[in-house]
Write a protein that binds this ligand. Structure first.
Ligand SMILES: [Mg+2]
Length: 320
């Protein structure tokens, strides 16, 4: 926040950020100096940028929801590494005609999403833009026991947290000029990164490889498969489809921010019930890992007879 310019709206933001700068054991120097200083051994860093009319439309979300959505999405990448969030840096370019309160409302959403995952705002920047709204979120976490994409082995089970497709159902509704069901809208506007769930699983040394489901489980499982040099086989009938969605959106939609992970065969079954009651979301066995180096590495969705299915009908909103 060192580069806020003069003016009433930036005074407002400065006040807001001052109010937000809580303490975190991983932060030695927070906002207000030229740079933040974080403490730790394995510091995980990730960045996620959203652009108006590419990732969202302004008519879909309130300003604080734009900030919340972007920050939760960025924090989801820390969850995917089983990293404990420490800090968030938010840089926003606000468009012409944005009223004075816009940036502060947006920042309030950023701070709320960070707070929900026990992270604090440690920096950021606000500037005017002649074009669309751009929001870039950098997240910093403590990854003392990181889970990479590359650890899946043939024979492993494939699991996913929560249910899939609700956010894509909301986007589909908006694009068709309908107002989405409330639950689908909330899934898009205020996703919940699976931070605690990831740490819980890692405490039990269960995941061998992990990724967050940001582009649809078929595509994200393919990243796991490619990184691990294996072939991930997802059973279509096992995919947990959100009530307000459908299989194609659950498999090839996006922005679910659930976790997809692999684990030794039979290892997770004994804790799945405990997981569900503790976190209020299901933990579902969706497939298995097969050997598959080279061109065979990746992922495939199969029907009940084992035939590969083509479920890429959905053009994901915001895919680069
Ligand atoms: Mg990710």
């Amino acid at each position: 926040v060192s580069r806020l310019g003069p003016g009433a709206e930036f005074d407002l933001i400065r006040r807001l950020l001052d109010g937000a700068s809580g303490h975190h054991p991983g932060v030695r120097v927070g906002p207000g100096d030229d740079a933040a200083i974080v403490i730790g051994e394995n510091i995980a860093i990730s960045t996620d940028m959203v652009v108006e009319d590419v990732h969202f439309r302004r008519s879909w979300l309130a300003p604080n929801e734009i900030g919340y959505h972007a920050t939760a999405a960025a924090l989801s990448d820390l969850a995917a590494m089983a990293a404990r969030p420490i800090g968030v840096l938010a840089s926003v370019a606000i468009g012409p005609g944005d009223e004075t309160d816009f940036a502060s409302d947006l920042m309030a959403g950023v701070i709320e999403a960070a707070d929900a995952e026990a992270a604090i705002l440690i920096g950021g920047d606000v500037t005017r833009s002649p074009g669309p709204l751009v929001l870039d979120i950098v997240v910093v976490g403590d990854a003392r026991a990181p889970v990479l994409r590359s650890g899946a082995a043939a024979g492993d089970d494939v699991w996913v947290t929560g249910s899939l497709g609700a956010a894509a159902a909301a986007v589909t509704a908006w694009l068709q000029g309908r107002e989405p069901p409330a639950a689908a809208r909330a899934a898009f506007a205020r996703p919940r990164p699976r931070t605690r769930e990831a740490l819980w699983l890692v405490e039990r040394q269960l995941p061998t490889a992990m990724i967050d489901v940001s582009d649809g489980i078929a595509g994200d499982a393919a990243h796991l498969g490619a990184a691990s040099g294996v072939r991930i086989v997802l059973q279509a009938a096992a995919v947990p489809v959100a009530r307000e969605s459908e299989l194609a959106l659950a498999v090839a939609g996006g922005q679910d921010y659930e976790l997809c992970f692999t684990a030794a065969p039979g290892a997770v079954q004994r804790v799945a019930g405990e997981f569900s009651s503790r976190f209020g979301v299901p933990l579902t066995l969706v497939g298995s890992v097969e050997a598959g180096a080279g061109k065979a590495a990746g992922a495939v969705v199969v029907d009940a007879t084992g035939e590969p299915m083509d479920l890429v009908a959905f053009q994901h909103w915001g895919r680069a």
